[in-house]
Design a protein around this ligand. Sequence first.
Ligand code: DOR
Ligand code: ZN
Length: 344
Amino acid sequence: MTHSLAILRPDDWHLHLRDGAMLNAVLPETARHFARAIIMPNLIPPVVTAADAAAYRDRIMAALPEGAAFEPLMTLYLTEQTDPADLRAAVESGLVKAVKLYPAGATTNSHGGVRDFDRVRGVLETMADLGTPLCIHGEVTTPEVDIFDREAVFIDTVLDPLRRATPGLRVVMEHITTAQGVAYARAGTDLAATITTHHLVINRNHILVGGIKPHYYCLPVAKREEHRLALREAATSGEATFFLGTDSAPHTDALKEHACGCAGCFTATNTMSILAHVFEEDGALDRLEAFTSLNGPAFYRLPTNTDRITLVKGDAVTYPSKIDTGDGTVTVFDPGFPLHWTVK
Ligand code: DOR
Ligand code: ZN
């Protein structure tokens, strides 16, 4: 039986750090284990220009604990006003590593997102030229479409036409939650998919059975068990298409435990423990490193990290159930089973 596992230091290819007091509180949770993270730009107001990204990067660096080595990989929030020349300069200077597409209204702070894809054609062509990944929140926002079908409908009605219209555009399907997402990602070229920690653990029953559990509510919402199993199979396959993007998304308890609760699971604190458990359960510990440390940099055309972390299995470990922030407490994701793996 394996009790210790050294892997190249992981990266998180989809992370929400927020700003101000929340940033100060959550950044150390990620920087403890992860070398780099793709930083989501859905602040209020969003990070839309190179200047916004540079300023946000400075705020993140200023919030890093003394001695922490962590590199934020900045993204721009795509709007119908995004200037292809500003984007090109931001990518060529190394500041910006990806662009995020939120269909308008799909999730937290997405109202400034894209409504008419014809209006972002110039930006997408610039990105195809530069090889810059487009990270897509893949859900339709059409009111008539059932929330549990929004990812699958997006793939057929938006993603596939968009990719066909822009040959060479490199796309990351963010936080996939369905078997359809797995199948589509697997079949494509210039295409990858991130998978969150929580979607490997929960299905929709966890949110709704025995009383509503707001801390399990996120977007895309967790689906049926068969979809969770498809995600598990994909994540643990070792295939280059799939890599970790935690989508760790802190909201204060006051905003989660609310009549209209915010979407997001905060997993930065215990992600590596949970993933080691999941991969061990599926007999795939030898493929954990591919998922957390190799496949992401390969797709983003960045070097892998060179140092290693060591995961150790022992007595059950406990994590704080909440972390304090200057804005209020944030609940740490509860996987619902005891954790035995820790990062040494
Ligand atoms: O659950 C989510 N939370 N999904 C998203 O797409 C956004 C995120 C957030 O920013 O809170
Ligand atoms: Zn997100």
